[in-house]
Design a protein around this ligand. Structure first.
Ligand code: 5GP
Length: 204
């Protein structure tokens, strides 16, 4: 039987740069994991493409997906729904491929319950002032939304204890390198590889 893929969850406070780090990881030709494109009810930002950045849905469509149990996790974040399509994740893991989710912390907590042996990585900013800078300079949000995101971010940083690894996003290329190294190490974790080698001994 084919070995299952690893479920990798990258999470962290709003504005820490999860999206930028994820895009950089997937721009690198040696990245072997598959990105799970999320569903959302928020409107597309300039340049965002349906089916590439997100699957953009109406609230009615999203609520129908919830009713049909088609989401591995979902959360309401600053007035919009975000969620992960469950079929895609399970099918890709069954094919032996690693799946990478980039989601906020409420969703990550739900995934932890369903996939306790997933790999949970928390991205942190070098400081809170740096975090606010990043949200402000992105320039896509109103002041109310910025303040709301900052207060959510502080609560989110306190949820670090749900994670296996913490990566500081001081520099994008360094953060990506750390994340990819963690994935490589995780594939060599004894608990993960032991069954395979035990089986090998049985055959000999
Ligand atoms: P944005 O609107 O800036 O694209 O995303 C807002 C937040 O939603 C980010 O923290 C992002 O990581 C998170 N997010 C994106 N997709 C999902 C998802 O499928 N589920 C959850 N729970 N959060 C998501």
């Amino acid at each position: 039987m084919k070995e299952k893929g690893l479920l990798i969850v990258l999470s962290g406070p709003s504005g820490v740069g999860k999206g930028t780090v994820r895009k950089e990881i997937f721009a690198q030709p040696d990245t072997a994991f598959e990105y799970s494109i999320s569903m959302t009810t928020r409107s597309p930002r300039e340049g965002e493409v349906n089916g590439v950045d997100y699957f953009f849905k109406t609230r009615e469509e999203f609520e129908e997906l919830i009713r049909q149990d088609r989401l591995l996790e979902y959360a309401e974040f600053v007035g919009n729904y975000y969620g992960t399509p469950v079929d895609y994740v399970r099918e890709t893991l069954d094919r032996g491929k690693d799946v990478f989710l980039e989601i906020e912390v409420q969703g990550a907590r739900q995934v932890r319950e369903k996939f306790p042996d997933g790999l949970f990585i928390f991205l942190v900013p070098p400081s809170l002032s740096e975090l606010k800078n990043r949200i402000v300079t992105r320039g896509t949000e109103t002041e109310d939304i910025i303040n709301n995101r900052m207060s959510i971010a502080k609560e989110e940083i306190e949820m670090m204890n749900l994670y296996d690894y913490v990566v500081e996003n001081d520099q994008i290329d360094l953060a990506c390198e750390r994340i990819k190294s963690i994935v490589v190490a995780e594939h060599c974790r004894r608990e993960r590889v032991e069954p395979k080698y035990k089986k090998m001994l049985e055959v000999e």
